[in-house]
Write a protein that binds this ligand. Structure first.
Ligand code: DI6
Ligand code: FE
Length: 401
């Protein structure tokens, strides 16, 4: 039996309903076989644990480990030239329509060997792990042919075999129409996307299905066809929606019972209400908003009003969010969108877990996985407040180092 007793910690349990951060001063946490056995004030610790050897955390802050619930970290190449073009005045959409954007990453990703792709993805996974991330959601969507979509998902799975981190995959075949299907998005959905989804499911490579519902990508009708197939296969859904315009993507996702809709800058109140009704999570991605110098912020006040939980993630990708930091995403969510540091931390822990359909992580509670961060910080607001500092003292993954 693997067990440990951590004492003299300041906990931010982030437990639902505990109120705020769920702060517990002078706390102890008992870890057993990769799970949290007990957490609470040292003074209230059950006598059964009293004989255990204790490790003193010196009063440090302990939170649930961070969860990055929206990334595209498996890709090859980079898009620095597009960054320059945008600075010279071109828009993200113009670059995409001229054959740059997602399609340029598709070319590089198709050409890369599996080991090469893995090596690149590991550098980004390592950056996330170094700041306390325990679970990373990773999307396909830079293959856009059956073989390369599967290759990306296999690489995503290999990350979890090579590093102490949990990976959840999302099949994102409906990310863009590849050049060979330019102007024939419907044929791409039928001939590539749906067969690739079936193959990914067959190989156990798709924990969820995602899509990009946008003028430069797919219409709600096209996304609905992918969702129909995913539903038939019993795979949970997510959707990139209302990032650059309002096509009713979030409402479509709500009708299909999706776990989350992501981005959402252009969402209106009817869409927020539809998400609330369906019990969805709004995944807030400030890295893309910042990189594209967008001006319309997602409707944070309306999410609060309608009780839609908000997650925060990096959207790490080579085009719209070349950002491998959840801490900076949290800071941006506060500074750019006026989320509170408490919402930002909940968004990168409890609500991120919810956006992935995981009920065994994201808060410090008996029975949850022992995925924790020990920070050189006194108060949890410090995590969103600093820029470019990494206060992580120690990451505990499944009870171990
Ligand atoms: N929205 C995004 O922000 C990323 N994908 C998406 O659907 C961007 C992908 C890229 O530009 O490579
Ligand atoms: Fe994305």
């Amino acid at each position: 039996m693997e067990r440990s007793l951590l004492v003299n910690a300041a906990l931010a349990t982030m437990e639902q309903g505990a109120g705020g951060y769920g702060l517990i001063e002078s706390a102890a946490i008992v870890l057993r076989d990769g799970r949290i056995d007990w957490a609470g004030p040292c003074a209230a610790m059950p006598a059964d644990y009293a004989g255990w050897e204790a490790r003193d955390l010196g009063g440090r802050l302990v939170t649930p480990a961070l969860i990055d619930c929206h990334t595209h970290i498996v890709f090859d190449g980079n898009r620095a030239r597009e960054f320059e073009m945008r600075l010279e005045g071109a828009s993200y959409e113009e670059i995409a329509r001229a054959g740059g954007g997602i399609v340029s990453t598709v070319k590089a990703t198709r050409a890369a060997g599996e080991d090469e792709l893995l090596a690149g993805a590991l550098t980004r996974a390592d950056a996330l792990i170094a700041e306390g991330v325990s679970t990373i959601e990773i999307k396909s969507g830079y293959g856009l042919d059956i073989e390369t979509e599967l290759k990306m998902l296999r690489v995503a799975r290999r990350i979890a075999a090579q590093r102490p981190v949990r990976v959840r995959t999302s099949f994102l075949g409906a990310h863009a129409a590849p050049p060979e299907f330019s102007g024939c998005a419907d044929a791409y959905i039928d001939e590539v996307c749906i067969p690739a989804l079936e193959a990914a499911h067959e190989a156990g490579l798709a924990d969820a299905v995602d899509g990009f519902c946008e003028g430069i990508a797919f219409s709600p009708q096209q996304i609905a066809r992918v969702f129909d197939k995913a539903k038939a296969l019993g795979i949970p859904l997510k959707l990139h929606a209302e990032q650059l315009s309002n096509l009713g993507g979030a409402a479509l996702a709500a009708r299909y019972g999706a776990m989350s809709a992501d981005h959402l800058e252009y969402l209106d109140e009817a869409g927020v209400a539809a998400m609330a009704e369906a019990g969805m999570v709004a995944v807030i991605l400030p890295g893309a908003f910042y990189t594209l110098r967008e001006t319309q912020a997602p409707p944070i006040a309306m999410f609060r009003k309608h009780g839609v939980p908000m997650a925060v993630a990096s959207d790490c990708n080579p085009g719209s969010s070349p950002l491998a930091s959840v801490l900076l995403s949290m800071n941006m969510a506060c500074t750019l969108f006026r989320m509170t540091p408490e919402e930002a931390l909940a968004g990168a822990t409890r609500e991120a877990a919810r956006a992935l359909g995981l009920d065994d992580t994201g808060s410090i509670e008996a029975g949850k996985r022992a995925d924790l961060c020990v920070w050189d910080a006194e108060h949890p607001a410090e995590l969103a407040y600093r820029i470019g500092f990494n206060p992580l003292h120690e990451r505990i993954f499944a009870g171990g180092a």
